[in-house]
Design a protein around this ligand. Structure first.
Ligand SMILES: N[C@@H]1[C@@H](O)[C@H](O)[C@@H](COP(=O)(O)O)O[C@@H]1O
Length: 249
């Protein structure tokens, strides 16, 4: 695991955007695995800036998002589809047909999950997967559980995740109780993984991800086994790590 620690959120966001820039420059038809949550918003802002400065071209890029709430229409301003359009897709030249986000309103969820996995495979697989992390070390919406799920699936959200995400909704009762998420297995298949975390509320999850046992109760711990993973953290999220294990950037 490579761990880079940045002074603050803005530096973390810039570093992350530079990695996407390098990826897309080297391979213009890259397949990007994208994440939602508040953590990557700064990175998306940087990417939009780079696009406006003509430093990056998304015309051949494909994207696959990690997850979507179940039973929440795309048009809801809390859907991840809406989030991605507002924070990134509406501002860059990615082609609509190259954007993939699980359909949380699918009437046949099993088929939706199978199709999503098939589409990832047919695209050639994810070149770089962006991840945030939940307080309980969930990645995508892979909650702590008793086994690592391979592919895209429907998941029951933990009470703590519902509480953490309630800040985006008017009231906690409005937070969906289920979501469709890529499996830990699908995430792990990405050629490169970049996990972003900021703030001291993520310090324990990061500590367990880096030093803990590799167990499905700590979903992100499986990343210890990936051979091309970088954690980009701010100082607060890295505060429980041994400074010998990271590089200050
Ligand atoms: N499904 C998303 C995750 O992909 C994200 O990593 C997590 C953390 O979000 P935040 O970055 O807002 O802390 O939130 C949600 O649960």
């Amino acid at each position: 695991m490579r761990i880079l620690v940045c002074k603050n959120y803005d530096e973390m966001s810039k570093k992350a955007a530079q990695m996407i820039l390098s990826q897309v420059t080297l391979k213009p038809n890259s397949v990007l695995g994208l994440a939602t949550g508040s953590t990557p918003i700064g990175m998306y802002k940087e990417l939009v800036k780079m696009y406006n400065e003509k430093l990056i071209d998304f015309s051949e890029v494909s994207t696959f998002n990690l997850d979507e709430y179940y039973n929440l229409p795309k048009t809801s301003d809390q859907s991840y589809d809406y989030f991605m359009r507002v924070n990134l897709f509406n501002h860059i030249n990615v082609k609509n047909e190259n954007i993939h986000i699980p359909n949380g309103m699918a009437s046949n969820v099993e088929l939706e999950c199978e199709t999503y996995d098939k589409q990832i495979k047919e695209s050639g697989g994810v070149d770089i997967q962006v991840l945030g992390i939940g307080h309980n070390a969930h990645i995508g919406f892979n909650e702590p559980t008793i086994n690592f799920e391979r592919g895209t699936h429907l998941v029951d959200l933990k009470e703590s995740t519902i509480e953490a995400n309630a800040r985006f909704f008017e009231k906690i009762e409005d937070v969906p109780k289920k979501a469709i998420t890529m499996g830990t297995g699908s995430i792990f298949k990405a050629r490169k993984i970049m996990l972003l975390a900021c703030g001291d509320s993520k310090a324990d999850a990061i500590y367990n991800t880096v030093y803990g046992k590799v167990i499905p109760e700590v979903p992100a711990s499986i990343l210890q086994f990936h051979n091309d993973i970088v954690l980009i953290l701010d100082e607060a999220a890295a505060s429980k790590l041994n400074p010998e294990d990271y590089k200050l950037v």
